[in-house]
Design a protein around this ligand. Sequence first.
Ligand code: CFM
Length: 545
Amino acid sequence: MAKTKKVVQLMPTDIKEELLKKYPPKVARKRAQQIMINEATEAEAPPEILANVRTIPGIITMRGCTYAGCKGVIMGPTRDILNITHGPIGCGFYSWLTRRNQTDAGTDGDNYMPYCFSTDMQDQDIIFGGEKKLAAAIQEAYDNFHPKGICIFATCPVGLIGDDIHAVARKMKEKLGDCNVFAFSCEGYKGVSQSAGHHIANNQVFTHLVGENEEPKEGRYKINLLGEYNIGGDGFEIDRILKKCGITNIATFSGNSTYDQFASAQHADLNCVMCHRSINYVADMLEIKYGIPWVKVNFIGAKSTAKSLRKIAEYFGDKELIDRVEEVIAEEMPAVETVAAEVRPHTEGKTAMLFVGGSRAHHYQDLFAEMGMKTLSAGYEFAHRDDYEGRQVLPGLKVDADSRNIEEIEVEPDEKLYSPRKTDGEFKVLEDAGFEFKHYEGMNAQMDKGTLVIDDLNQYEAEKLVELLKPDIFCAGIKEKFSIQKLGVPMKQLHSYDSGGPYAGFKGAINFYKEIDRLVTSKVWSYLKAPWQESPELTATFVWE
Ligand code: CFM
């Protein structure tokens, strides 16, 4: 690799300029609004970042599609709902168990996650319509498995030819009688990224599933965990901790979840939101319809885990729970601190870059900080401005044609089931003491002044950034992994965790410290030399020449 300057020698403005230099003027102007030099910590009116807009054609984005956000992200981790992809086989195949969302298969045998169900659309279905094939697929799936629920996911061609998947779902639900069939208009092109798919999934799951099970649920402190997907077993670790504290997790949306969890979510007394981007719509709808308030939590990082547990305990305000949470933290932290002390001499002062979908680029900065590592640059693939700048920007967000494409559903307080979980007075006492409901301050506020916040980073900019700033570790996904390693920098996948995890909670923090220690102290990638780096004048001819 060519000799590169260290961060200290380059001003953030120089880096931004370098990133933009290669682009034609119009592209550079747009990208300039998505590359922000962070001033959130000091400036009175922090600069705005452009987010949730279309990627410029020709740029190799890290993003995924709307179908991926709906089927893969939100609905994929539920083991006893049978998911049928209505489309060509590739869409079903590539969303089949690639996300490492784990499940506890349970004892009832209802676990469809190892299967890939698709209508396998062919040319003739595109020409003559695929509705009959879809109805037959639903029937076949039902006959074989008798699931409680079947979900149908539209792929791009379905929207283009106009198959009415909702009508098919309604008809089949009626015909089958004991199976909840519903569909998602989550064609890949529907939004600018997978973020649109989250919204579509939130709407449908809320409309067709939440609230179905009216049987009360046992538990003194009942919560839902929203936006936790059990990647690499994160959800198992969080559940272990919650259980140890005596907190009942009614439903996780949607890691290691079941049909019944969604159906019973209205019984919780507090919603804890992990991934704000993917699930804030459900949090708001649960509040409006049932009166369940929500708070932002983060179980990535041992200190953040402790803070989140204390927040939950403070909300319930019961001394027994507050004491128990302190006991659990005191029990769990020594092991975490031992490993942190072991790795710190190797990790202290090292640098990281994080470019992940919509919340991990923020959450994982806590883990790095616990190891004494600095985040030089971070960004989301598809998050919105509120995930960067905080929810206070929400009222001023521009609604463009792409966002208008996604249905906003009207939710009203349920006549029978709406009940505020606390009195106005009780809420006020909490708020006066600094307790924040419905609050997310976003990523920028936590990042140092002068760091680079970049939305929808692309292949070219990723390589350029690494070349210029030479971080000790770069975190992103599989598409970036090998190109970064070829630049001599260790790369950690924060979507799938490579083959590691869990990284959430206390045990997860220990795993992460060890893994990052191993990666940043290894020199192996810096020894790699591509042939053109050693002999840049290498030439070749065609064999027939
Ligand atoms: Fe939320 Fe996620 Fe993320 Fe996300 Fe995702 Fe994911 Fe992600 Mo990959 S729901 S926004 S759509 S935390 S699959 S579990 S890792 S991009 S940062």
